[in-house]
Design a protein around this ligand. Structure first.
Ligand code: BJW
Length: 234
């Protein structure tokens, strides 16, 4: 029998125990910032300095924290199953990559890249954008964080939708299910015949019920679930 194709969707909850704030939990990222101010193109046009400072601070904060056992466990799974596993993350941090995951889509972009509003290039970026550095390609001083704001098109949607509809196991980890299109993927996976499971601290706003739901911290639930997948393969 062919091995299962596994798609894992991750959200802010998988990085919470690394010290990266979530968005909608108490103490989350939006506290002190309205979403319209920092995560919309209109907010950026209105007050670019506030938005650039918000993302510069987050880029620095993420650089100083490590991946946690949940990120490491997913990388361990990929080491065994290779490209039978695709991780789709809504997170803009690089903790999956630093744990060793390679087959990964950042659907909401990456703090580690900038996006040039002049020429559209997406250079790797590790320093502040507040001082309006020049684009390495066109020289314009129109770089913004390469993150997907409300009303913008997420990255990699064709590849993501093919993988979600075609997978055998769909796993949702640490996401509230409030933001589309990601919030609709459990319905897409179900329509494609996948078995679905949610690993999350709190109940989410899932569009359709999961086949299995486990409540707890990702650092505990994800390694345990990976162990189950690998039992019999090692
Ligand atoms: C733990 C834990 C632990 C905590 N262990 N778990 C009306 C209806 C439907 C849709 C729309 C609508 N009006 C507008 C829309 C579309 C809009 C949308 O969804 N809006 C909703 C608010 C309604 N979406 C968009 O605009 C998207 N683009 C789009 O739709 O394009 C058009 C399109 C058309 C056709 C097809 C496809 C597309 C773009 C969305 C961009 C989202 N951007 C952000 C910011 C990115 C940059 C940044 O990081 O600053 O992405 S918003 C923010 O939310 C961020 C996240 O990736 C995203 C999701 O949040 P996430 O990850 O779920 O975090 P939380 O905080 O919400 O939840 C954390 C969870 O973890 C909780 O459940 C906790 O319990 C759990 N947890 N600790 C395990 N230790």
């Amino acid at each position: 029998m062919a091995r299962p194709r596994i798609v894992v969707l991750t959200g802010a909850g998988i990085s919470a125990e690394s010290g990266v704030a979530t968005f909608r939990d108490a103490g989350g990222l939006w506290e002190g910032h309205s979403v319209e101010d920092v995560a919309t193109p209109e907010g950026f046009a209105r007050d670019p300095d506030t938005v650039l400072r918000f993302y510069d601070e987050r880029r620095r904060a993420v650089a100083s924290v490590p991946p946690n056992p949940a990120h490491v466990a997913l990388a361990r799974l990929e080491a065994f199953v290779g490209d039978e596993l695709l991780v789709i993350t809504q997170n803009v941090d690089d903790l999956h990559e630093r744990a060793g995951t390679r087959n990964l889509v950042h659907m909401h972009g990456e703090l580690a890249r900038a996006l040039c509003a002049g020429c559209g290039t997406r250079p790797e970026w590790s320093t502040d954008l507040i001082d309006r550095p020049a684009c390495p390609r066109c020289g314009d001083r129109m770089l913004r964080p390469d993150v997907v704001w409300f009303g913008e098109m997420p990255y990699g949607l064709d590849r993501i939708e093919d993988a979600v509809f075609g997978c055998d196991i769909f796993v949702s980890i640490g996401t509230s299910g409030e933001v589309y299109p990601a919030a609709g993927y459990v319905a897409l996976a179900t329509a494609g015949g996948a078995w679905t499971i949610e690993l999350n601290l709190e109940p989410s706003a899932a569009a359709v019920p999961f086949d299995d739901v486990r409540r707890g911290p990702a650092s505990v639930l994800v390694p345990a679930w990976v162990d189950e997948q690998l039992a019999g393969r090692t």
